[in-house]
Design a protein around this ligand. Structure first.
Ligand SMILES: Nc1ncnc2c1ncn2[C@@H]1O[C@H](COP(=O)(O)OP(=O)(O)O)[C@@H](O)[C@H]1O
Ligand SMILES: [Mg+2]
Length: 266
């Protein structure tokens, strides 16, 4: 099993042991089969099956997330999606390059180009020139079918809220190293738990509104503070907590337990 997934798999196994649920780990941890009585439940990747298919798809699509949140009047970082020309002319509209250049032109402070369905900060580029944009687009399209472009924003603070049916099970701020502009824990940022207070309340309230807008039950919500106010940057419906698990294993267990309680109706 990939090292990165061990914490999730172990948490599920512990939960099942505590609740006398039979558990079988297949495909090196990618698929987990849980059985209580005659009823089977599955976990695939980091997905425990609480979210509807459409909520899951919207959360994993940065452009669709921004659209849905925008429709609901929820503050978010806008993301515009572009399809890989490899998809063929009748799917990917022509003229994408012109539209990308227009976005660059509208944002002299720069834009961020990334895989539309990315996670963990891979291939996330900040660009402010035509050449930079060209390189980023080429790199992303070499292994992704869609990319998303957002205006670069000066992030004062980035907070992750994990909700299970609107209950905040984990809330932490991502303390990035000074050399890095991205806040991914995989890229070296440290999770710092948020104490009760204004920032925590604001982020939880924003995440709950976003959860309702998308109709999602178990997800992580990344809120960024820009000019003093929080807005949603992205939502992930596969909740990964590997880095957090190294510092606060009890919180990771509690979060997955709360989600599995919903799955099993405990
Ligand atoms: N528009 C943006 N402006 C400033 N920083 C950004 C922007 N988009 C992303 N980032 C930074 O890059 C990191 C990774 O981007 P994100 O959208 O979360 O993609 P991924 O799904 O790969 O984690 C974020 O945590 C954030 O710190
Ligand atoms: Mg991210």
């Amino acid at each position: 099993m990939p090292n990165s997934q061990r914490i999730f798999v172990d948490a599920v196994k512990r939960y099942c042991a505590r609740h006398e649920i039979a558990v079988e780990v297949r495909s090196q941890g990618w698929l987990i089969v849980m059985q209580r009585g005659s009823k089977r439940h599955f976990a695939l990747g980091y997905d425990v099956g609480l979210n509807s298919a459409i909520a899951h798809r919207i959360a994993n699509d940065k452009g669709a997330t921004a659209e849905v949140l925008g429709l609901a009047g929820i503050a978010c970082v806008p993301h515009t999606v572009f399809l890989n020309p490899k998809l063929g002319e009748h799917i990917a509209p022509s003229g994408s390059w012109v539209a990308m250049l227009a976005l660059l032109g509208q944002h002299p402070e720069g834009i961020v180009v990334k895989p539309n369905e990315g996670t963990s900060g891979r291939s996330v580029f900040r660009v402010s020139s035509r050449l930079g944009l060209e390189r980023a687009v080429q790199e992303i399209f070499s292994s992704n079918l869609t990319l998303a472009i957002s205006p670069y924003v000066e992030i004062e603070d980035e907070v992750r809220v994990i909700l299970v049916d609107e209950l905040p099970v984990v809330v932490y701020s991502k303390d990035r190293s000074h050399l890095n502009w991205r806040h991914n824990l995989d890229a070296g940022a440290r999770p710092v738990l948020l104490e009760q207070g204004e920032a925590r309340e604001a982020c939880v309230a924003l995440a709950v509104r976003a959860a309702r807008a998308i109709g999602i039950r178990f997800a992580s919500f990344d809120a960024v503070r820009v000019d003093g106010d929080y807005r949603i940057l992205e939502i992930n419906s596969g909740v990964m907590m590997e880095t957090l698990g190294k510092i606060h294993p009890e919180l990771v267990d509690a979060a997955y337990s709360a989600a599995l309680d919903k799955v099993f109706g405990v």
